[in-house]
Design a protein around this ligand. Sequence first.
Ligand SMILES: [Zn+2]
Length: 319
Amino acid sequence: MIDYNRKRLKAARNADLKRDKLYAKVPRLKEIEREIQLTSIKISKLLLSGPENLDEQVKNLKTEIENLKTQRKEIYIKHNIPENFLQPNYECKKCNDTGYNSDGKRCSCLNKQIINNLYSMSNMVHMLKKENFNSFDINVFSNAVYENEKLTPRQNMYYILDISEDFCYNFHESNMNLLFYGGTGLGKTFMCNCIAKALIDRGISVLYQTAFSLFETVEIHKFNMQTETEENKLNYNMIFDCDLLIVDDLGTELNNSFTNSELFNIINERLITEKKTIISTNLSLEKLAQTYSDRIMSRVLNNFALLKFYGKDLRWESR
Ligand SMILES: [Zn+2]
């Protein structure tokens, strides 16, 4: 419901912005709006005071309002403005982002959201118990200078942690996506799990997939439709529908023109629908650019915060 409130507020805020812009462009519309308001107030005052010629006076004022509305209509037509221009633009036209239809029943969009949330919990529940921001131990990262990096691995981790927590905190407001890159065993998957846990706890739907399983899901959906299981269908839809998609281990899949064009499709579609994505990869940025098409790289470079993980492989370090 918090999510639905947010959606309605957003629609109302956008409508307000549109109204301000429109009134700045066509000031007469603002005057008309104000005159209609004032006339309506006059009518309610009359109804309260109840003078002798009440009916006649009310009738005149109502005619005045009708005239103003006609004027407004003419201005709309003259400027080619659609009639419903100032109506809030709700994400779901069926329930106007309330989650419930006029008959009091749950809207299909709310049912979908509930399924999404249940799904992401069952999808991730096994790892989230162990790996979350509370179990994150910054001290496993060395505080000694590392190769040519300006920050020590620990300082770097503080920086990444900061951005990751911010990503969760401003999940709905910002349009940032994250790319975690760097060698194995440096905490990329761990960080993905921390973020997933924090968001799922807030009812945000998350789909975690390794690149390998992601492309497998897409391939089955596209080429083996007859034998596709319900689970695969759900997985496929979630790739596009979930609030956050985490693609782990990008670069370990069998790379070809199919995976390249599907990856572009997924990233692009999610950017258009303003849904967030986290990609984690062991490849360097150079290697990534060699492996994936220019249009994928330009989407990533323009829309993702690039966070480099470096240091010694933690899995081999004694603690
Ligand atoms: Zn709805």
